[in-house]
Design a protein around this ligand. Structure first.
Ligand SMILES: [Zn+2]
Length: 107
């Protein structure tokens, strides 16, 4: 090995994960902090977990909620419109029934 070109090697670098797990590896850094490890990564756990460090997920969820609200409002408006049309139709039908009845009584 050439002298003075290799960094110091730590045999027992402690790796601490944000999930609480810790283990030791060999590294040139005495201590490591990670956000995800094999103990909590979805690939290993098989559980769905969101890794969000920049608030992008929250932003997305807010967007989704807003869009859901808007959709609900739109569907309600549509429903109200439909009911209005139905009412008009039924009124027309009643008028037609009345006319038929008067026709029958004329005979
Ligand atoms: Zn972890």
């Amino acid at each position: 090995m050439k002298k003075d070109i290799h960094p110091k090697y730590f045999e027992n670098t402690k790796v601490t994960c944000s999930c609480g797990a810790s283990f030791e590896i060999g590294s040139t850094i005495p201590e490591l902090k990670v956000e995800i490890c094999s103990n909590c990564h979805p690939v290993y756990t098989g559980k769905k977990k969101f890794i969000d460090t920049a608030g992008r997920l929250e932003k997305f969820m807010a967007k989704m909620e807003k869009s859901k609200k808007m959709q609900e409002e739109a569907s309600e408006r549509k429903k109200a419109k439909k009911e209005k049309v139905k009412k008009q139709d039924s009124q027309k039908n009643e008028e037609a029934d009345l006319k038929e009845e008067t026709n029958v009584s004329d005979k």
